[in-house]
Design a protein around this ligand. Sequence first.
Ligand code: NDP
Ligand code: TDO
Length: 284
Amino acid sequence: MKKILITGANGQLGQCFKKAAVNFQNFEYHFATSGELDITSKDQIQALFQKGKFDVCINCAAYTKVDEAEKNMELAFNINALAAKYLADICKKHAAVLVHFSTDYVFDGTATTPYKEIDPVNPINVYGASKLAGEQNIRQVCKKYYIFRTSWLYSEFGHNFFRTILKKAEEKQDLNIVTSQRGTPTNANDLANYVLQILNAEKQKFGLYHFSNKGEATWYDFAEAILKFSGNAEKIKLEKSDFYKTPAERPNYSVLSNDKIRTNFSYESKDWKESLKDLVAEVS
Ligand SMILES: NC(=O)C1=CN([C@@H]2O[C@H](COP(=O)(O)OP(=O)(O)OC[C@H]3O[C@@H](n4cnc5c(N)ncnc54)[C@H](OP(=O)(O)O)[C@@H]3O)[C@@H](O)[C@H]2O)C=CC1
Ligand SMILES: Cc1cn([C@H]2C[C@H](O)[C@@H](COP(=O)(O)OP(=O)(O)O[C@H]3O[C@@H](C)C(=O)[C@@H](O)[C@H]3O)O2)c(=O)[nH]c1=O
């Protein structure tokens, strides 16, 4: 039975993996929270690998505070780039597979058609730059890796736009949401299930992949759909805005092309609205 280590187990995606694991009981899992394993500590990583003898490490640990990263650059790079290298080193040493996640924010948003894996990167904020450095570190160190760049993750867990909007609706706060950024909301549960499905596949095809739900939206469209599907549309006022001041700049366009993953693994992604509807039905 393959042994899988999941880091950052209390984060949004970590919790989605815990839920998805029920569907893949042919793996043995070790869910390590940040309390058990600090991925910036080489010693802790080594000790856990020595004991656990893992075949796969799924790294869900990350620094994801996009705005705060602007002033916490060193911390963001330590967690998103340097620690990613430590994990790649240990995976190489133990011949384990490293699964890592990156972001649509590695792109500058000047494209007008979905970004492919081969397209030039050019992050415009610290978080994006730190995630890109993490990708590069992994690719330099080991061969048995999957890096999944994904976008606008949401779920019933942790901190995300879906939960922010539901909370604001509950508190009856009117909303102003930007229409100037376009991307694809992605249900983190879909990502977790799909990653385990890939790890289950007979033939592994390592590399960098884009993974998102299907279609595209602005943050305003996403908020509108959340309010509609959750039955909150009439309760608060939702207005379009051109600009919402934030410390970090975000790409205006960051839709990811799923062509490569579709070809290599026959992945058909769910439409973002359908997946959102499913989640709302499940949690309400
Ligand atoms: N959220 C999104 O919209 C997107 C996320 N991604 C990527 O997906 C991955 C998962 O993101 P998501 O689950 O949403 O992020 P979260 O912020 O929800 O979870 C990150 C987890 O990492 C943990 N962590 C932070 N620092 C360390 C450390 N030094 N050692 C161990 N654990 C640590 C945090 O622990 P603690 O709670 O203790 O701080 C937290 O549990 C990340 O790589 C992210 O960059 C990509 C695209 C979109
Ligand atoms: C809460 C809120 C946000 N916004 C805007 C701000 C921003 O431009 C956009 C998204 O806001 P957030 O700060 O919630 O999302 P943000 O932290 O930018 O989300 C990103 O997180 C990282 C981790 C990723 O990797 C990305 O794929 C992406 O999901 O919506 C409004 O216009 N009105 C609002 O009321």
